[in-house]
Structures are given as C-alpha cells and as structure tokens.
Design a protein around this ligand. Structure first.
Ligand code: ZN
Length: 400
C-alpha cells in the first residue's frame, strides 16, 4: 500500500487531506502512513519536511521499507481523514538550497571540469565536496558569477518521468541510482540529473547563490555556500558584526584589516615592554635579597617566602641571585592555594649540592622534585608553614 507522493505532482503544495492507512511505533517514535502526502521524506541530500496533521506536530518524515512514515507527537486514528500542512518556509528554503546546488555543481563541472561528489544541506550553510585538491579565488568567482547568471535568466526547471532507455538519451551528469520510475530534473541546455528532490519550477526562485569559503579535506575540497533567503541572512549577520567592529575600532570598513593588524602589533610590543620591565623589577628584587643575605663561614644564605607567585618568577629570582652573588645558597618557598613549592639554587663557588639539599627537606611536605647540583625544585602539600620550611633548609645546611 504505497503512498501517493503529492510533492512530485505539485512541488508547491503545502496543504492536503489524506486518510491514515497505518499507525505504528518504531525506534524513532510513533508514526502514521497516509494514503497520500505532500510531506517530503529525507532523501537525495534534502532534509525532511516538518508541519502538522490536523494540528498534531510532524517532527520527522522518513521513507522506510517503501512507506513514508510521518513521526507525530500524539496519536491519530486509523482510517480517519485528516488535513496535513507542511512548514512552507522550511520546505521552500530546502528547495532554494537544493536547486542552487544543482546550478552551482553544473557550473563547476561545465566550466572547469570539477565534479561534485556529495552535497550536504546544513541548518545554516550548505556544502558540496568537489573531486579536486585546490581552488583559487578567480575560479570560485567565475563559477559564482555563472551560477547567478543562470539564476537571473529565470530558466525553467522541469521534471520528467522516464524509462531507463529514455534516460539514456539525456546528457546526465552521473549514473542513475534506480533503473525504473526514473525522475529527471532538467534545466534545459544546462543541467540534466536523475533526482528525487523538490525544486522550484524556475531558477529565478533560487534568488542568489553565494560561495562562502572552502577547505581541503583529504582527497577532496569542501566548498560552503548559501542560496536564496540564506544569502540575506548571511549578509545581515556579517553586516551586524561589521558594524560592531567599525564602532569598536572607530574606523571605516575598508581600513578594518589594517587597523586590526596594527592593534595586534601594538599588543605584541606592549607585551615585550612588560616583559622587559618585569625583568628589571626582578633584578632589583634580587639585589634586595642579596642585601639581606645572612653570612656564614662557608657561604652566604639568601632565603625568601612568596605567596601565589608564578613558579617561573621564583625560578628566575633564585637563579639570578645565585649568579650575581659569590658563595651563595638560595632557598625559596612559594605557597599556592593547593601546594607548597620550593626551589634551591647555589652559586658556582659553593660545594653544597642543591639537589641533595632539596631532597633532604622534601619529606616534610611529602613532595616530589629534583634537579642539578646548582638548581633544584619540587612541590608537595601545605602541612608545614613556609617559615618552618626555610628553617629546615637552614638546619640541613648546617649538617652538610
Ligand atoms: Zn534535485
């Protein structure tokens, strides 16, 4: 009991009446099969229609085992006659994207020999995969211009049911996927395709075709585009962003890229200046630490405590002090929210091993770490205060 496909009789039909021939449930939900329908089921790269059957929402339509299943939100009675209505804005949008794709693919193939291998009709943008490695701006512009010319000429889009033998008389772009009840979609003298989708009856209704961008995908090229009302939506979105940017940078649209480039460069320059200033500040800080060094017979001891300081700064300070001062041992403790970090640095003239000293105190914080004879660092828990850690360093030093 097959359903009469009204969308093939009249592609513009959005209201109809039909009897429920079957009701059932599958993994997608409850559905009905109608005597006839204007609801297009997913197929040929074109998504399903939505709408309602006498007010009951139809949220998906799929062709399964030769029957067109209308998935509905609440039950309908078997044998009853209902009125169906499809969401026309959604369907017309699909018709525009789908027919636009026919035109775009034909233009690519005829002008450059670039074959389309697949088509995806997305929620916001569409894409085709071309069997090529690369595409340049000039080629894309030419194809876009041809496609829009075909649209502007408002050529007819015709459909024809033919046999396999009859189909052989047409210059079809690709092999047919069926061998009976073949439906051809024809833009005379331009494009001949076997296609089961829905199309407007003239190219003018595609409105406009805009290529957005493209990217390489393994052995093919994915090209993104929009047609019809989506061109206006894209333009609107882009224009809103552009208006905000021109306000933000206080510059006309044409200068935005240059202004953006300058701003990025300024940020880089500023970051460099900040780094230099930070280094200078830490030099001063190192000098102050050296002034506060405690003298012992064998060495000078520099100790410091920090809170929440980036480890890179602590390392830098310890190394700088050890480099600037002779006979010096540096021990530092930095506490963050979660842990205690310790570093130990020694200047060249000192015989004490920084790594050995560090390992002596690590058990106090159940920590891990290590390094070389001149610099070592580690981290552990916060069970012991920073002052106690520094004391432990000093105590172990006396024993070494
Ligand atoms: Zn088609």
């Amino acid at each position: 009991m097959s359903t009469e496909k009204l969308y093939y009789q009249d592609t513009y039909m959005c209201k109809f009446t039909a009897k429920v021939n079957k009701r059932d449930i599958d993994e997608k939900g409850q559905y009905v099969v109608l005597e006839q329908t204007a609801f297009y089921p997913t197929g040929g790269g074109q998504p399903y229609d939505t709408g309602n059957i006498s007010g009951v929402k139809v949220y998906d339509v799929e062709e399964v085992d030769g029957e067109i299943r209308h998935y509905i939100e609440s039950p309908l009675e078997l044998g009853e006659i209902y009125s169906g209505k499809i969401d026309w804005d959604r369907r017309f949008d699909h018709m525009q994207q789908h027919a636009g794709q026919h035109i775009l693919s034909a233009a690519f193939e005829d002008h450059f020999g670039y074959k389309t291998v697949s088509f995806h009709l997305g929620k916001e943008v569409c894409s085709i995969d071309l069997a090529i490695d690369s595409l340049n701006d000039r080629e894309a512009n030419q194809v876009e211009s041809i496609a829009n010319q075909i649209t502007m000429e408002n050529r007819s889009i015709e459909t024809k049911w033919v046999s396999e033998q009859e189909a052989a008389n047409y210059p079809l772009r690709k092999d047919l996927s069926v061998n009976e009840n073949i439906r051809l979609v024809i833009i005379p003298n331009f494009d001949y395709n076997g296609c089961g989708g829905t199309h407007p009856n003239a190219t003018g209704q595609v409105g406009a075709i805009k290529i957005l961008n493209w990217e390489k995908q393994k052995k093919k090229l994915r090209l993104y585009f929009v047609c019809g009302n989506r061109v206006m939506q894209q333009l609107d979105q882009n224009h809103k962003v552009m208006r905000q940017l021109t306000d933000l940078f206080n510059a006309p649209q044409k200068q935005l890229v240059e202004v953006g480039r300058q701003t990025l460069q300024q940020t880089k320059d500023l970051e460099k200046s900040i780094d230099e200033l930070k280094a200078q500040l830490m030099e001063h800080e190192a000098d102050e630490l050296i002034n506060d060094a405690k003298s012992y017979p064998q060495y000078q001891l520099v100790q410091a405590i920090f809170q929440q300081r980036p480890m890179t700064e602590v390392q830098y300070l310890a190394k700088t002090v050890a480099m600037k001062m002779k006979d010096c041992i540096v021990t530092m403790v930095n506490q963050t929210d979660q842990k205690t970090q310790i570093v130990c640095a020694t200047s060249e003239e000192v015989t004490i091993d920084a790594n050995v000293l560090l390992k002596n105190v690590l058990p106090l914080i159940e920590g891990k770490g290590g390094g070389t004879a001149s610099f070592a660092q580690g981290g552990g828990n916060k069970k012991v205060s920073s002052e106690q850690m520094l004391q432990a360093f000093a105590d172990h030093l006396r024993e070494m």
